[in-house]
Write a protein that binds this ligand. Sequence first.
Ligand code: GTP
Ligand code: MG
Length: 193
Amino acid sequence: MNINNAKFEKGAVKPDQYPDNDIPEITFVGRSNVGKSSLINALLNRKNLAKVASKPGRTREINFYNIDDTVYFVDLPGYGYAKVSKDVKSAWGESIETYLNTSKKLKLIIMVVDIRISPTEDDKMMNRWLANSSLPYIVVATKADKITRSKLKERLLDISSTLELDDNIPLIPFSAETKQGREDIMNYITSVL
Ligand code: GTP
Ligand code: MG
């Protein structure tokens, strides 16, 4: 995939605010602070296009990044941030769910987990939802620079067994620091477009 012009187009909360066109969408979901925005920046070779949060739980809107009017990268608000009220949590969940249930242009969902941490109940719920939908998805285990190479296999096994990930769902180790895994992920994106 050749990237010439990548830009932030809009933040949306409700469906009537989503872009009104036929451009396909690649959508990133995962826990708050897991590294979704960093992954988007690394894939696009941009340093600060998607806002990397200094404090977790700040991204409340669904952010649409327009790449050459050919594809959107969609950054969903992170789920599972403990330090917000129940009301805010359910509003987040609702906007994520509404988006996933509504968008007709979704080509691939990239679920992001932290390679160091066993998937949480929220992650398991997200994975179950994705597995039961007919939407194509992959799982990216990010922050791989934070573990030693010898631990890699063990961590990936823990993630796939905790999530009860189906064998045919790709699980790709990645690091925004070293760009490990970037090519693999870009190949998946290209193959679904
Ligand atoms: P929310 O928007 O709050 O849901 O967070 P996010 O999932 O978009 O995470 P973000 O990309 O903002 O990253 C959160 C923190 O993790 C930042 O301090 C990043 O620098 C750091 N981070 C993200 N990816 C990596 C990685 O691959 N390696 C390392 N070492 N740090 C990372
Ligand atoms: Mg973010």
